[in-house]
Design a protein around this ligand. Structure first.
Ligand code: DX5
Ligand code: ZN
Length: 219
C-alpha cells in the first residue's frame, strides 16, 4: 500500500485556507491535516473549531485534526461538530484515555500522538482505544523543521501492538517529512505521512504529493 499523504495547512497561506484545502484535494491528497495549537502545550497558536467549520464545505477530504492542546477534552466536541473526521490528541496530557473514548463516542476516529521524547509504553497501553497512532518526528509547534530520525524506532512496536489486537496497523508520521526520507518512514512501518513544507512550499502540489507517496528510497 502506498503511503497516505495528509498535507498540513499550517504551512499553507493562512489568508487563503479555503483555496489551499481545495488545491490539495485537486492535487490528490488523501486527507487534510489541521494542526491545532494552544500556545501552552506547544509554543505556538493556530486555528480553532470556527475555522474548521468554515473550511468544511470547501472539500470532501477527510479532516484530520491534530490537537496539540493541554486540555483536549474541553474541545473535542467542538471539533467533532465543526466537521473533523479524525481527531488525534497527545498521550502526554492527563486523562488521555477518557478523551480517546469521548472522541469515539462522538463517532470520530481517535488518534494518539507521541512527542519525540515520549517512550511508546503509555501509548501501547491505550492501543485498544485508538484507530491510529501519530508519531511526532519533530518537537511540535512549527512546520519546516528537520526530522529527528531516531523517533522512527517507535513505529515497529506500535505496528506490532495493533496487529496483536487483530487490527490493521495505522501509524502516521508527522514532522520534517520529505520525498527523500519518505522511503525510510515507510520501511519503518508507517502507513501515513503528514507534510507541511514538503507540499505547501513546493511549486506543484500534485508532484509533491506524488513524490511523497512514492517514498523515494534513501536507505
Ligand atoms: C508540528 C505539526 C506538524 C508540522 C508539519 O508541530 O504537528 O503537522 O507542522 O510540517 P512539516 O512537514 O513542515 O514539518
Ligand atoms: Zn500535526
Amino acid at each position: 500500500m502506498p503511503l497516505k499523504v495528509s498535507p498540513s495547512i499550517i504551512a499553507g497561506d493562512q489568508a487563503r485556507l479555503g483555496d489551499e484545502v481545495r488545491a490539495i484535494e485537486a492535487a490528490g491528497a488523501d486527507m487534510v491535516h489541521l494542526d491545532v495549537m494552544d500556545g501552552h502545550f506547544v509554543p505556538n497558536l493556530t486555528l480553532g473549531p470556527g475555522i474548521v467549520k468554515d473550511l468544511r464545505p470547501h472539500a470532501r477530504l477527510v479532516f484530520d485534526c491534530h490537537l496539540m492542546l493541554s486540555e483536549p477534552g474541553r474541545y473535542v466536541e467542538a471539533f467533532a461538530g465543526a466537521g473533523a473526521d479524525r481527531i488525534s490528541i497527545h498521550v502526554e496530557v492527563p486523562g488521555a484515555a477518557d478523551v480517546l473514548r469521548a472522541i469515539r463516542a462522538l463517532g470520530k476516529a481517535p488518534g494518539l500522538a507521541l512527542n519525540p521524547d515520549t517512550p511508546p509504553d503509555d501509548a501501547v497501553r491505550l492501543a485498544a482505544d485508538v484507530d491510529f497512532f501519530l508519531v511526532m518526528t519533530v518537537h511540535p509547534g512549527f512546520y519546516g523543521q528537520k526530522m529527528i530520525a531516531e523517533t522512527l524506532d517507535k513505529i515497529g512496536l506500535l505496528v506490532q501492538t495493533m496487529r496483536a489486537l487483530g487490527r490493521d496497523p495505522a501509524v502516521q508520521v508527522d514532522g520534517g517529512v520529505t520525498p527523500e526520507n519518505a522511503g525510510r518512514i515507510e520501511a519503518a512501518g508507517a502507513t501515513e505521512v503528514v507534510a507541511g513544507a514538503a507540499v505547501f512550499r513546493a511549486a506543484d502540489y500534485r508532484q509533491a504529493i506524488e513524490a511523497l507517496r512514492r517514498g523515494t528510497r534513501d536507505r
